[in-house]
Design a protein around this ligand. Structure first.
Ligand code: FMN
Length: 728
């Protein structure tokens, strides 16, 4: 199969070989779609299962596309085992001519996400082959199409760019590309020409990165869920007195007039497998489900425990754009944590939504608390632990009723629609031709209830719904306090915005955990912390495994630069409280009297905070504490960005503007004193702009080339000197 030669012949511009390895058919149908599109574009394309690798003359077919799924416990699909045996025997670098692209399919609910694709990538590179396009890893947990659609869309310009023999637009295999794609390739080529100073490796990676820009080629990182937690049997909460009325759902607004233009639907997703069986058990749960704080089937990466709410404070007045709460949780036992750690909360789906969904699915009130068992070959891991639970609890805690739906589910609903017009609409939205309307649907973030309400002829068994919904995930928050503070091992705080917003179509949407906490604690008003009326509340939580090491440096003399606008400041308030305590202790230990603050300052590294808000009098969170820390010398420099007020003295609009303004001093702190940089908050806008500004600091004051500055920051990230705790 693999040619043992080192020739540098340019691959055939019009040949493509698409391989797949698939257990349940997804990779097969996606790869067939790629193969068909390739043929439509004039490629001579072949389509093969990986076990048929020997049918292809690898010496001639140099452009290879692989679509591979992962099964079992990180294993390759059965129809590729022969290929893997063959691959294992191969040695040397006989594949230097081959250019390849890999699309992996997997599911982040499994430990070894997309293992087959990752292994294949490594092995091909060991054999000398080189990727011409970044690997895509699609996650079945959130919807394969999120990654698959942009990956395929951007494959064509990447492929055309790869196969051309001379880098001029005239030599491109024009028939293979649409006008828009030709433009993209042209831009890439021009970009490359401008960058002639770059090394060949950097050049090609710059090109491929440009191609996939904005394409969501990597899956979002999922929280680790693995080991079973200790049971929560001992924990109890007062059951809700009267259940809320079932919600009825909102109508999703979609204009289907364009549907008439399409008679042929292609790339329809496969209907998800029906593996799950539901068995009714003899017993019925009591007290409106169970007296446990969470059902025993919940899996958590570290042990779960139950917290009281000591106090709740609303930090923002009514005219602020967002409602921000500071909640202090209290624990009977000691808890071990460090400032910068995060914790997860297991919040249930909104109760009226749960009851609305179950009522719409035809579950009778008297069946809501009956215990059932879920079982079946190859069912998702979050359902495998449901041995005895009520339907109410399964819909409260096991499945996610609010995150965006996938095309495969829309296809499933189409199969269960009893009205022909609705069936056609659903089928259309799940097809390639209906992608625009599917995106219109997703833009309205419909809940499952909204979909069932809008397409009311869908009569789908409850078991199919459970099997196809993604798992409900815990929600994570940064700890804003220090264990060194008074009673610190029996309490911690967190600050968050209550997620609730209105869509342009007038429909209100809510997050899962933050409105739940807000409701539970009685929607407190702006002002002082509230401590009354909270005694019956218990919140299930666990410490998040700290993989990023977003903690203060062990060496307390190292300066830290903290960048966190909005609630991104949360972990830094913990850092500051911790440092204030460290200073107090040091002061006592070395007996530094008043008037010797300089001496104390010399013992600790500088702490700089870049914070941003919209209006100083509405959402300058923790203002008083920041000012106190500053006057006590704990916070060395506070840089405040104010985005919606004019002429604020000594300010800028955003934190990145202030980093630019302070860039020389930032560089000196980094260069001369080895400062660490911490960034917390929004991953897209803020973190990206801050990153660009840091690159600029290194270029302007450190004398780095731009690419070298980027690589230096990457190295700092690996060395845990540039730490980021970001959310989407
Ligand atoms: C029994 C079973 C085991 C799985 N194991 C894994 C796994 O270990 N890692 C992973 O990323 N995905 C895993 N998945 C998810 C599949 O890779 C994913 O659903 C993919 O879309 C299936 O594609 P296919 O139909 O082409 O096989 C598993 C799925 C099933 C049903």
């Amino acid at each position: 199969m693999v040619p043992e030669s080192n020739s540098s012949v340019i691959p055939q511009a019009d040949h493509l070989t698409v391989f797949f390895a698939s257990q349940t058919g997804n990779a097969e149908s996606i790869s067939r779609n790629i193969h068909e599109q390739a043929q439509e574009r004039g490629f001579k394309s072949g389509h093969y299962v990986l076990n048929d690798h020997a049918k292809v003359d690898w010496e001639k077919e140099e452009c290879l596309v692989f679509v591979v799924s992962t099964t079992g416990d990180g294993d390759p699909p059965d129809n590729s085992t022969k290929f893997w045996r063959h691959l294992r025997k191969l040695k040397g670098t006989g594949l230097t001519k081959a250019k390849y692209a890999i699309l992996g399919l997997g599911d982040t609910n499994y430990d070894n996400f997309c293992q087959t694709a990752k292994r294949l990538d490594t092995k091909l590179q060991e054999l000398g082959a080189s990727p011409f396009y970044p690997r895509g890893l699609a996650d079945d947990a959130t919807g394969l199409e999120e990654t698959v659609d942009p990956w395929i869309k951007n494959l064509w310009p990447a492929l055309a760019h790869q196969v051309i023999s001379a880098p001029t637009i005239h030599d491109l295999p024009q028939p293979h590309l649409t006008a828009e794609e030709t433009k993209i390739v042209k831009e890439i080529i021009e970009h490359e020409h401008q960058k002639t100073a770059l090394s060949p490796t950097l050049k090609s990676s710059a090109a491929t990165n440009a191609i996939v820009k904005g394409s969501n080629a990597q899956p979002p990182s999922a929280p680790p869920v693995g080991s079973l937690t200790r049971s929560m049997d001992a924990l109890s909460v007062t059951p809700p007195t009267a259940p809320p009325a079932p919600a009825t759902g909102n109508t999703i607004r979609i204009d289907f007039s364009s549907m008439a233009n399409h008679s042929n639907l292609t790339a329809l997703p496969r209907v998800p497998n029906a593996n799950l069986k539901i068995t009714q058990l003899e017993t019925t749960s009591t007290a409106g489900s169970s007296r446990r704080i969470v059902p025993s089937f919940i899996q958590s990466p570290t042990p779960l425990f139950s917290a009281k709410i000591n106090s709740v404070q609303c930090l923002t007045p009514d005219d602020a754009l967002k409602r921000t709460l500071l909640v202090e949780f209290g624990f009977d036992d000691d808890v071990e944590y460090a400032p910068g750690d995060s914790f997860g909360i297991w919040a249930p789906n909104d109760e009226s939504l749960v009851r609305g969904v179950l009522a719409t699915l035809g579950v009778k009130d008297e069946d809501l608390n009956k215990l059932v068992k879920l079982e079946g070959e190859g069912i998702p891991s979050h359902l495998q632990t449901v041995h005895s639970a009520s339907l109410l609890d399964i819909f409260r805690y096991a499945v996610d009723l609010t995150t965006s739906t996938k095309k495969a589910n829309i296809r499933l609903f189409a199969d269960h629609a009893t009205d022909l017009a609705e069936k056609q609409k659903l089928m259309f939205m799940s097809s390639k031709q209906g992608t625009e309307l599917f995106n219109d649907l997703r833009a309205q973030s419909p809940t499952l209830l909204d979909i069932l309400h809008t397409f009311s002829s869908v009569k789908i068994p409850v078991v199919r719904v459970i099997e196809t919904l993604p798992p409900l995930q815990p929600r994570y928050y940064s700890i804003t306090s220090s264990p060194m503070a008074k009673n610190g091992h029996h309490r911690w705080s967190c600050a968050f915005n209550v997620v609730q917003f209105e869509l342009p179509v007038g429909v209100k949407r809510r997050g899962v955990c933050t409105p739940w906490l807000d409701d539970l604690s009685g929607k407190v008003s702006y002002g002082k912390p509230v401590t009354t009326g909270l005694s019956n509340i218990r919140v299930p939580m666990f410490i998040k495994p700290n993989e990023t090491k977003f903690n203060l440096p062990v060496d307390t003399t190292k300066p830290v630069i903290m960048i966190g606008p909005g609630t991104g400041v949360a972990p830094f308030m913990g850092f500051l409280e911790h440092r204030a305590e460290q200073r107090k202790i040091k002061k006592r230990l070395v007996n530094i009297g008043s008037g010797s603050r300089q001496h104390l300052d010399d013992l600790f590294g500088e702490m700089w905070l870049f914070f941003g808000c919209r209006h100083r009098d509405r959402d300058w969170l923790f203002r008083q504490q920041m000012e106190e820390y500053q006057s006590d010398g704990v916070l060395t420099q506070l840089h405040l960005a104010v985005s919606r007020e004019e002429d604020v003295p000594n300010s800028g609009k955003y934190v990145q503007d202030l980093i630019r303004r302070e860039s020389k001093k930032v560089w000196d702190l980094l260069h001369e004193k080895g400062a660490l940089i911490y960034v917390c908050g929004d991953a897209k806008g803020m973190a990206r702009s801050v990153h660009d500004e840091l690159v600029a600091v290194l270029v302007e004051h450190g004398g780095y080339e731009k690419m070298a500055a980027i690589m230096e920051l990457n190295k700092w990230a690996q060395d845990k000197r540039y730490l980021r705790d970001l959310w989407a």
